[in-house]
Design a protein around this ligand. Structure first.
Ligand code: C2O
Ligand code: CU
Ligand code: CU
Length: 459
């Protein structure tokens, strides 16, 4: 095989070493792209209508070069869809790709028919409408395709967008002003600067040498000298990020996958595995104007340099507590384990409970509205094993314990994905509010495509 020269920045790696492919630092050449807010087609009272179209396009990721990409309502990635709690939402889904796709609403509480798993295929040139009511509190969710065996490739080529759920409480932050999404994705490009998924396909997940944030290569961000909220999404196929500030100052995490935490958690480092979200607040008023502050990884790799403007408001953008109304009670969290999930293997040999995904097999059933305790075990193999981020569709769960211990504070809110290190056992309390068939799977997208996925029928 001949590797493109671009990959030789880090040491050349073969086989499993691929998991450590280093990421190129951001030099801060390009101002971060801020995704547009999706406009509704119409809004009548409580009914809101949107159109989302999966399409092909070309994007200037590298100066002066057109890269073939996929996107929602644009050539690359997607807009931010803002939904309000209580709204009835109608979305027209259009597939303008050359291949089949589905539209999955990751983290949304929704019925199985509208969830957009591998059963809900839309053929090229076709469209379909889905309808649902927004039931959950404010949160940062996302949407992406989920066709059987092809999720990884379609996400890699650009299909991913954000959903912001809003509720009636006011939000002191303003989009694009002091509230920014940060979609972290690593990608690899060939000599022609094209995304070449076939070439880099790896059964344990595709890694890339180039970091894109919101689709921007080598980004920087200019911020005001005030508190700023970042909504982070790990939108990568398999890479994990542990983020921190270059001056080692702490920041606050205010929300996890399913919405706000009961209280902000002070952190110096935060790990995000594929599909996990976190909302964090960085107080830039604490830093000097020309202080050199960057968002970095724990190994020092620069992800996003900041430039601080002196323009700053009074630091008043606090979010009130308590933040998350509890819908799974402590009592429900005391229940006995009723479902056991064993994650095992690597590469092509990944399984859940010893089986690979079968569209025609229902692995579990659960009653709508009833909380059950699931135990998830990441069983190590001879090679040691690897982290598997375990995700469930159509619900937000609560983590009861990890290896018998209370989870860290920032994992005590609502989650739809939980990262398990090899050997870890976690207990989670799971409740579905809607009926239908839902997927649960490892969110390393290639593991999911390789069959590390099961189905639960909620009745
Ligand atoms: Cu991001 Cu099956 O989900
Ligand atoms: Cu999902
Ligand atoms: Cu996995």
């Amino acid at each position: 095989k001949n590797f493109p020269e671009d990959r030789s920045r880090g040491p050349m790696m073969m086989g499993h070493g691929h998991h450590n492919m280093p990421l190129q630092q951001s030099t801060g050449e390009n101002e971060l792209r801020i995704p547009p807010i999706l406009e509704s087609d119409k809004e009548i009272g409580n009914e809101v209508y949107y159109t989302i179209e999966a399409q092909k396009g070309q994007t200037e990721i590298f100066e002066g070069i057109q890269t073939k990409t996929l996107g929602y309502n644009s050539s690359f990635l997607g807009p931010v869809m803002k939904l309000k709690k209580g709204q009835n939402v109608h979305i027209k889904l259009k597939n303008s790709l050359d291949e089949e796709t589905t539209f999955h609403w990751h983290g949304l509480i929704i019925d199985g028919e509208a969830d957009g798993g591998p059963h809900d295929v839309i053929q090229p040139g076709e469209e379909k409408e889905i309808n649902f009511k927004v039931q959950q509190d404010r949160a940062t969710l996302w949407f992406h395709p989920h066709p059987k065996g092809k999720t990884a490739k379609q996400v890699f080529e650009g299909l991913a967008g954000l959903i912001y759920i809003e509720d009636s409480k006011d939000d002191p932050f303003e989009y694009g002003e002091n509230d920014f999404p940060l979609i972290l994705q690593d990608r690899t490009f060939n000599n022609q600067k094209q995304l070449d998924y076939q070439f880099v396909q790896h059964p344990d997940g595709t890694m890339g040498e180039s970091l894109l944030i919101n689709g921007t290569l080598s980004p920087r961000l200019t911020v005001n000298n005030e508190k700023v909220r970042f909504r982070l999404l790990n939108g990568s196929n398999m890479r994990n990020y542990t983020i921190k500030l270059s001056n080692n100052q702490s920041f606050q995490q205010i929300a996890s996958d399913g919405g706000l935490l009961n209280a902000p958690v002070e952190l110096k480092e935060l790990q995000l595995t594929p599909s996990e979200r976190a909302e964090i607040v960085i107080d830039f008023s604490k830093f000097k104007k020309d202080e050199d502050i960057k968002l970095i990884m724990d190994d020092g790799t620069v992800l996003l340099p900041f430039q601080i403007k002196d323009k700053g408001k009074e630091v008043k953008n606090e979010i009130q507590e308590p933040l998350t109304p509890v819908t799974i009670s402590n009592e429900e969290m005391q229940k006995q384990v009723s479902k056991e999930i064993v994650l095992f293997g690597m590469g092509h040999h990944v399984t859940i409970n010893g089986k690979k995904f079968d569209m025609n097999r229902i692995d579990f059933t659960q009653k709508k509205g009833e909380t059950e305790v699931w135990e998830i075990y990441n069983k190590p193999d001879m090679m040691g094993g690897m982290i598997h981020p375990f995700h469930i569709h159509g619900t937000q769960f609560k983590v009861i314990s990890i290896n018998g211990e209370e989870p860290p504070e920032n994992l005590q809110g609502y989650k739809d994905t939980i990262a398990l290190d090899p050997g870890d056992r976690a207990k989670i309390a799971v409740k579905f509010e809607e009926k239908g068939v839902f997927m649960y799977h490892c969110h390393i997208l290639e593991h999911e495509d390789n069959g590390m996925m099961g189905q639960i029928k909620v009745e």
